[in-house]
Design a protein around this ligand. Sequence first.
Ligand SMILES: Cc1ncc(COP(=O)(O)O)c(C=O)c1O
Length: 386
Amino acid sequence: MSTDKPIRTTQADTSAGMIDLAIGHPSPSLLPVELIRRAAERRLATDFTPYLQYGYEPGDGYFRTALADFLSRHYGRQARAGDLFVSGGASQALDLFCTLYTKPGDVVFVEEPTYFLALRIFEDHHLRIVSLPADEGGLVIEALEEQLQSLHPLFLYTVPTHQNPSGATLPADRRRRLVELSREKEFMILADEVYHLLTYGEQVPPPLAAFLSDAAVLSLGSFSKILAPGLRLGWIQASPRLLRPLTECGMLDSGGGLNPFTSALVLSAIETGTLDAHLERLRKEYGSRLQAMKAAIDSCLAGQVDFFPPGGGFFFWLRLLDGRDSATLLNAAKKCGISFVPGSAFSAGKRLSDRLRLSFSYHPAETLRVGVQRLAESLFRNPPIV
Ligand SMILES: Cc1ncc(COP(=O)(O)O)c(C=O)c1O
């Protein structure tokens, strides 16, 4: 078969010479092929092969027990296997939740800014998206209280720790108040906690998964950021009552529990401690990339942007002090060999146009430095393209 175009395999389409700071994927150099090879060898070495069969609907019991142990250690809170549902990653969990819990027109509260691809999923399900302001400490609780006077959301979607895109982390007192409000006003909290384990600075408050018995909280986790997105493996942590519609749904009745084979590989990685070691390595490397990007922004963009440095996750969220619309600057930036995500992508109402998101996860530190230099040149030394 002949084709003019190169055969694509990954979602990120990086062209030669471009430093794409829009890509929020794990670094190719940090994808743990040796860990996966060893995990597979260990798992495939015996004839005990339930993972080749249709799986138990909530997910394999051994895997969920090991995952509960892993989360108990890393969250500093007891996690229970019975509160875990194995998903095909956080995106799939969001979509399945919407399929089973929502109908078109239901109200969902989101932060502004919020994870832009969650907005896409909510749109697929024709939900009514209502944005709430967020600041350096994440969701502004007073704004939530005010909206709750006139609207009754089915659920609130939040990324409480090292948010994508803002990097904000919700402080402990706001977490507690959010949980109280969820109980008082009877809405669910869908907490997307995929960056919780990627903390490089100060300790963060306990995840919203710590409040399962206090309110209707569903906490999403994923191996995409801490191992490899190609595994398509994640989990939902929630009370068995909230998980029931998921475990009893027709899709699982027909196809069995999700991803038993990849669960079996990750089970090996948890049992042997290689996941813990990998997580340590990621924290070190991403922590130094974060510092490299911060230093580059401080030196190349001083006086032009403001931001607060994140304590983890993958992103910097910049505000252009001159108020220009970052989307109109993107073409000029690409001509300079640099890309970013314009701020308006993270707002359901296409606001926040004077913001932009830079990712420090994909490229090594040296490339990040060059990337930020190019960004500064394109934004402030070239006339804007109108
Ligand atoms: C906040 C957030 N949630 C979910 C995802 C996607 O996670 P998964 O690969 O587990 O579907 C991402 C990836 O960028 C993300 O930033």
